[in-house]
Design a protein. Structure first.
Length: 362
């Protein structure tokens, strides 16, 4: 038993090294086998075929009447309708989100009176359809022929008095209906955004002695905006299209303008395409604005802001342009949390120099 261990140790020392231990695998020589996504490619081909077929029909189908579309797209009645649509959207969204902020704060207040009043307002205006609200405001003169200030609980308006029909015009009725309806929905969006902020932020701010108003404007709202902005933008986009319901009170917004035109010349499809394209342009602009607003309010959650699509495009063009020349180094890589990993560009001249210098050093 005593001489067994030395013999085993000597045998282990005398044994030749195994091939697996002596050989080293160069990972650079291994072939890279890319994953083949057959299902993804099949679906992509089908989608590409459908899009190409639809684009071909847009060009070849004479029923679209693109000449009529081009004639009326920038016509004066349509442009005036687009301007009125934008005016209704801007005014109604501004009033609606201002009232919605007050309603959201009232819902979060500790006062039962303010909480109940805000809840009743939101409940009522979310229950009544928008078109009904606009028609009621437009015909408010049937209920109250005159409005004014005077003795409470009487119709003695000895301070000031106005006929309701003159006070609430078609434009005023549209603004009232759109704004109050928007306020009810935006109040819940803002309340949800305020509730998404961690309660510990409020407790820390209160412990530091920060006043409640500054707490709201400096701490809570900037963090809540990340949750508010996407939903608020959806509401504004819906308001752009929802403004088309004011045609019931004969306001010449863009949809009403094209209706008047195609009722005269019976060119329904090209005139509807005019409205569709204008709504698409407005929605696209709002979507781009939403992206940059969200990016602005993302500064508190990411260390480095992600590159914008314009920055990505400029970087790609710079890389392609550098590959055409004899530059030794490419452009600086994109910096951002979702930027693609970009290796340093290796060009023909620099790669040869590298190989030569490596060989000399070896």
């Amino acid at each position: 038993m005593t001489d067994t261990l030395p013999r085993q140790a000597g045998a282990a020392e005398a044994a030749p090294p195994s091939p697996a231990a002596s050989s080293r695998v160069d990972l650079g020589d291994l072939p890279v086998v890319h994953t083949r996504h057959w299902f993804r490619w099949s679906i992509g081909i089908v989608v590409l075929f459908v899009v190409a077929q639809f684009a071909w029909s847009l060009v070849t189908n004479e029923n679209y009447e693109w000449d009529v579309f081009a004639h009326y797209f920038l016509s004066e009645p349509v442009l005036q309708g687009v301007g009125l649509t934008l005016l209704l959207t801007v005014v109604s969204a501004s009033i609606g989100f201002f009232l919605g902020t007050l309603l959201a704060l009232a819902r979060l207040a500790k006062s039962p009176l303010l909480n109940s009043a805000a809840w009743l307002f939101i409940w009522f205006f979310r229950s009544v359809p928008l078109v009904v609200q606009i028609i009621v405001w437009y015909n408010l003169g049937y209920l109250y022929p005159t409005l004014g200030l005077g003795t409470p609980f009487t119709t003695d308006f000895w301070i000031v008095e106005f006929p309701t029909v003159q006070l609430i015009s078609a434009f005023a009725a549209a603004i009232l209906g759109l704004s109050l309806n928007q306020a009810a929905y935006s109040a819940e969006i803002i309340r949800g955004g305020l509730l998404s902020v961690d309660q510990g932020q409020l407790e820390a701010a209160a412990a530091l002695g920060i006043p409640p108003r500054r707490r709201l404007t400096r701490i809570v709202l900037p963090q809540a905006m990340r949750s508010i902005v996407p939903n608020a933008t959806n509401e504004v986009i819906g308001l752009v299209k929802g403004a088309s319901v004011v045609f019931v009170i004969a306001l010449p917004e863009v949809f009403y303008a094209v209706q008047v035109i195609y009722n005269r010349n019976s060119r329904v499809i090209p005139l509807l395409l005019v409205a569709v394209v204008w709504y698409t342009i407005i929605t696209t602009v709002l979507s781009i604005a939403q992206y940059y607003i969200e990016r602005h309010y993302a500064r508190g959650t990411v260390r480095v802001l992600p590159p914008t699509p314009v920055q990505r495009a400029r970087h790609w063009i710079a890389v392609q342009w550098a590959r055409l020349g004899d530059a030794e180094t490419g452009p600086a890589p994109l910096v951002g949390v979702d930027a693609p990993v970009v290796a340093k560009a290796t060009f023909s001249g620099s790669s040869n120099d590298t190989k030569n210098s490596g060989g000399a050093g070896a």
